[in-house]
Design a protein around this ligand. Structure first.
Ligand code: FES
Length: 140
């Protein structure tokens, strides 16, 4: 499974192993730009394709992507387990629906990402703020 390959072979531990059944969204990565459950994908399927994990959002590891910064600023996480998957889902959401996102759209789009801690309100606020910040950033 790619999340095992990513975490153990490549040392990219940002992609979390959650339910392993495609339900929780914690392992979401971008596969040729589309949000994909790493737990339901074989590593060999990724051969020759572009795979982006949360580590790849900012070129400089000391820099945060605007969505990462927004999660930090708006307290969009508690334990953090769901966070990388939330952020990868949100990146795709901004690519598809733009920078001005209503709470309702964000909540609908997060249906496939489960959070056991936050009650979602701060996540929604983080994504709305991060989406706006992406409009002014080099990081997309
Ligand atoms: Fe803990 Fe979302 S912050 S699962």
């Amino acid at each position: 499974e790619p999340q095992a390959f990513l975490r153990h072979d490549l040392g990219l531990s940002g992609t979390h192993v959650g339910c392993e059944q495609g339900v929780c969204g914690a392992c979401t990565v971008l596969f040729d730009g589309a949000p994909t459950r790493a737990c339901l994908t074989l590593a060999v399927q990724a051969d020759g394709h572009a795979l982006t994990t949360v580590e790849g959002l900012a070129a400089d590891p000391k820099q945060l992507h605007p969505l990462q910064q927004a999660f930090w600023d708006a307290h969009g996480l508690q334990c953090g387990f769901c966070t990388p998957g939330m952020i990868m889902t949100a990146v795709d959401l901004v690519h598809r629906k733009g920078h001005d996102l209503s709470d309702q759209i964000i909540r609908e789009e997060l249906e496939g990402n489960l959070c056991r801690c936050t009650g979602y309100q701060n996540i929604v606020e983080s994504i709305a703020a991060g989406a706006k910040a992406m409009a002014k950033s080099d990081l997309t």
